[in-house]
Structure formats: structure tokens, C-alpha cells
Ligand binder design. Structure first.
Ligand code: MN
Length: 134
């Protein structure tokens, strides 16, 4: 019996925080919300989420820089990061992947498909994770 999977949402917009949190909690996930990259790193000192949803546009350090920093630390490098981007620009996906993101979800989120998209990312990550002998 495993504990609920934990998702860290890094998002500065309060309406988006509430929306993403409520959708994910309804899907059965445990959720932490950080309003900035610095807040996210504070959460990561205490907890290791199964997935991070990272807004690209944040006050202070932006989501891509924060992702690069996460990927540089052994303690956080293996946590999958999915970018949340308001930009539908073609180059954004490449920028997100180059920064170390596993993929991206466009904002505004579609509440009908968001939970499924997150579930798919978690499944994809589980498949890629090496199986350790116990
Ligand atoms: Mn933002």
C-alpha cells in the first residue's frame, strides 16, 4: 500500500494555484504549492515530490532557470519536472526540454484533461525509472 503521490505546483498566479490544486486533489494526489522558485526549494528541503509542475513565468528566478538548478543537484535531479507554459510558441517546448523538463502542459489548463495529462506523465516517469532490486 503506497502513500498518495505528491505533486509540487510552482505557480505564482493565485487563481491558477487554486485551480490546479483542486483538480489534482480531486484526482487523489497530495499537493504542495510554491509561489516562486525560492519557495519551491524550501519545500524540496523537506519533501521529495513525485512530480513538479513548473510555471515558466515566475517572479524572480523563472521556471526554466529553476529547473536547470534542480537538475544540477543530485538530491533533486531525478524528480521529473513538467513545464506549465502560457506560451503556445513552437520554441517553448524545446526550451523546456533543454532545461531538463520531461514535457509541458499549456495554460490555461483544460480541467477535463489536466488530471489525465498529469497521470500520463507519472506513468511515463515510472516506466523510465530503473527498477531497483529490493
Ligand atoms: Mn506565472
Amino acid at each position: 500500500m503506497s502513500a498518495r503521490q505528491l505533486i509540487l505546483i510552482v505557480e505564482d498566479n493565485e487563481a491558477n494555484q487554486l485551480l490546479t490544486r483542486s483538480v489534482l486533489e480531486l484526482e487523489g494526489y497530495a499537493v504542495e504549492v510554491a509561489g516562486s522558485a525560492n519557495e519551491a526549494f524550501e519545500v524540496l528541503r523537506e519533501r521529495t515530490p513525485d512530480l513538479i509542475l513548473m510555471d515558466i513565468q515566475l517572479p524572480g528566478e523563472d521556471g526554466l532557470a529553476a529547473t536547470k538548478r534542480l537538475k544540477a543537484y543530485p538530491a533533486t535531479a531525478t524528480i521529473p519536472v513538467v513545464a506549465l507554459t502560457a506560451h503556445a510558441m513552437a520554441g517553448d517546448r524545446e526550451h523546456a526540454l533543454a532545461a531538463g523538463c520531461a514535457g509541458y502542459i499549456s495554460k490555461p489548463i483544460d480541467t477535463r484533461t489536466f488530471g489525465m495529462a498529469v497521470k500520463e506523465f507519472l506513468r511515463m516517469v515510472d516506466r523510465d525509472r530503473p527498477v531497483l532490486a529490493s
